[in-house]
Design a protein around this ligand. Structure first.
Ligand SMILES: Cc1ncc(C[n+]2csc(CCOP(=O)(O)OP(=O)(O)O)c2C)c(N)n1
Length: 578
């Protein structure tokens, strides 16, 4: 119907832009206007697309990213040229490292002015070349349709990622005949659909069947591919325990008996020991990031490695593997699944259980109540209160992020949204806006440090303007906590530039018209969380937690995965003394 109406008619580049976005299924965009993108903003009045006015272009990119991660679609961010476009850089790099499909549209100065250092001119395609999956400079209205179609195709296919489309002002203003059909993507060199050869399946099966101590390493690719059921069936059938990356949390149910928990720098001790002891690692949709491997020289020294991954560039990049199955994880597992044998692996699973040993007595949840409020208490209580609901937690970066990963037990995919690869402070608040727009029925909780919150807190205004019910828990320790922790361990407690002078966050929220509370004691956590859930609008809770708390375990940079710094346990030490 739509085709008949608009295809073949003469339209401006700006109108074509919105028309194409609508046809790509876009209902919301996050943006901020300015001179070079004004023709597009003018044409917005004829579009059904809802534009959400952000307070900073970085926020627009994180919102688009949160939107994509929560809902599985493509998020769209819009900005003007020059400073508008460069403000997007951090969000684009964040999406790139976490394979999140976003399309960023930027205005550019008139095509005749390009290269003249015109007002607000930046070569944004040059700037973003290494941090986009692909980018485009559009200088004619006639290129808009095909470019937008390609941009969406590239962003969402294969290994997803960010695409930037920079459109000159004249390309937006001038007109041409719009033809959606003729604007098919033409990308002869781009082959996102790969599949492994039969021989590779045979080799993988042989390794799986010969293994005595296998571990599955489950990553974000499982969620992107929608392969949760396939991974669960595979793990159950083969009797293989599953360790998860930070971005993999939710890809395998936390309560499943084969779930080991998070691996890596702040993974639980038994998970890292199991990986080091394994004779086979089966890496599914993960990329052996240094945060999960520790020192590569001593990484899983006795293990053969199978890598199932959609991006061939990841194979043998960090860790040399024995068998690579390059393709979509879901399809690869469909192929493998019927040929998997079900051996008895109880000996291996029992030995991992024994590794769990003293972990519980070291857990802060189980230490005697000293009257202090710890971040772990807050996060554990939020989990207990919200676990039955359709809850999405969006975290920022730092200690609270790691405690969230340890204490919020994610059962389902897309319930933890966090910046893993780039570790972008300031991500949480805007990303949560994108999450809520994508999934309005979900209960959205932001868990954020006092440092990261201040990086993008201007988006509180966007929350109010859009009337979004988002709960914000600030884990306020008065420090740039994770950096302070490194200084504590590795820089002789020289807390250089990490103590924070904070505003009264509750008053700040109230200034925006957001309900707020401040909590100092453990007893007040649950009632305040309940009040936030019941409140019909956004609420911010400022949790004043123990200032010098530490995330344990920790694999120090340069250490092997099994060399962990662990929380001292009086009980364990007493036992050793005797
Ligand atoms: C944009 C950005 N700048 C700097 C850092 C380095 N960094 C990592 S964690 C951290 C401290 C975070 O402090 P806060 O937000 O208060 O959270 P906490 O660690 O206390 O939970 C810093 C500065 C970063 N990850 N991102």
């Amino acid at each position: 119907m739509k085709d008949e109406k608009k295809s073949g008619t003469t339209m401006t580049g700006a109108s074509i832009l919105w028309e194409c976005l609508e046809r790509e299924g876009v209902e919301h965009v996050f943006g901020y206007p300015g001179g070079a993108i004004l023709p597009a903003y003018d044409a917005l009045k004829h579009s059904k697309i809802h534009h959400i006015l952000v307070r900073h272009e970085q926020g627009a990119t994180h919102m688009a990213d949160g939107f994509a991660r929560a809902g599985g679609g493509v998020g769209v961010a819009v900005a003007t040229s020059g400073p508008g476009a460069t403000n997007m850089v951090t969000g684009i790099a964040t999406a790139m490292l976490d394979s999140s499909p976003i399309v960023c549209i930027t205005g550019q100065v008139g095509s005749k002015l390009i290269g003249s250092d015109a007002f607000q001119e930046t070569d944004i395609t040059g700037v973003t070349l290494p941090i986009t999956k692909h980018n485009y400079l559009v200088t004619h209205a006639s290129e808009v349709a095909q470019t937008i179609r390609e941009a969406f195709y590239v962003a969402r296919s294969g290994r997803p990622g960010p695409v930037l489309v920079d459109i000159t002002k004249d390309a937006q203003q001038t007109s041409c005949v719009f033809d959606w059909e003729a604007a098919q993507p033409q990308l002869p060199g781009y082959r996102p659909d790969l599949s492994p050869a039969p021989k590779e399946y045979e080799e993988a099966l042989k390794l799986i069947h010969n293994a005595k101590r296998p571990v599955i390493l489950a990553g974000h690719g499982i969620i992107i591919s929608g392969a949760m059921n396939e991974v669960r069936d595979f793990a159950e059938r083969a009797g293989i325990p599953v360790a998860l990356t930070l971005l993999g949390l939710g890809a395998f149910p936390a309560s499943h008996p084969l779930n080991l928990g998070m691996m890596g720098m702040h993974g639980e001790a038994w998970v890292n020991h199991a990986i080091q002891d394994a004779d086979l690692l089966i890496a599914l949709g993960m990329r052996f990031d240094d945060r999960v491997t520790g020192n590569l020289k001593n990484y899983a020294p006795n293990a053969k490695k199978i890598h199932v991954e959609i991006d061939p560039a990841e194979i043998n990049k960090n860790v040399k593997v024995d068998v690579a199955l390059v393709g979509d994880l879901r399809e690869v597992l469909h192929e493998l699944q019927p040929r998997i044998e079900s051996p008895d692996r109880s000996e291996w699973l029992d030995s991992i259980d024994r590794l769990k040993g003293d972990a519980a007595v070291r857990d802060i949840q189980n230490l005697p109540d000293t009257g202090h409020l710890y971040a772990a208490h807050v996060i554990n209580d939020i989990w207990r209160e919200t676990r039955e609901a359709d809850t999405v937690v969006v975290t920022d970066v730092g200690q609270h992020q790691m405690w969230e990963a340890q204490y919020y037990k994610h059962e389902k995919p897309r319930t933890l949204i966090t910046s893993g690869g780039l570790g972008t402070m300031g991500f949480a608040l805007p990303a949560a806006i994108g999450v809520k727009v994508s999934r309005p029925e979900a209960e959205v909780w932001v868990i954020v440090g006092d440092g990261g919150f201040q990086m993008t807190m201007c988006e509180l205004a966007t929350i109010v303007q859009e009337n979004l019910k988002i709960n914000i828990a600030i884990i306020n320790n008065g420090y740039l906590g994770m950096v302070r922790q490194w200084q504590e361990f590795f820089y002789e407690r020289n807390y250089s530039a990490t103590p924070l002078l904070n505003p009264d966050f509750a008053k700040l929220a109230e200034a925006y018209g957001i309900k707020a509370a401040t909590v100092h004691s453990r007893a007040d956590v649950v009632p305040t969380v309940r009040a936030a859930r019941e409140h019909n609008g956004p609420m911010l809770i400022n949790f004043h937690v123990e200032q010098e708390d530490t995330v344990y375990p920790m694999v120090a940079a340069g250490s092997a995965l099994h060399e962990m710094i662990r929380r001292p346990s009086p009980i364990v030490e007493t036992a050793e003394d005797e």
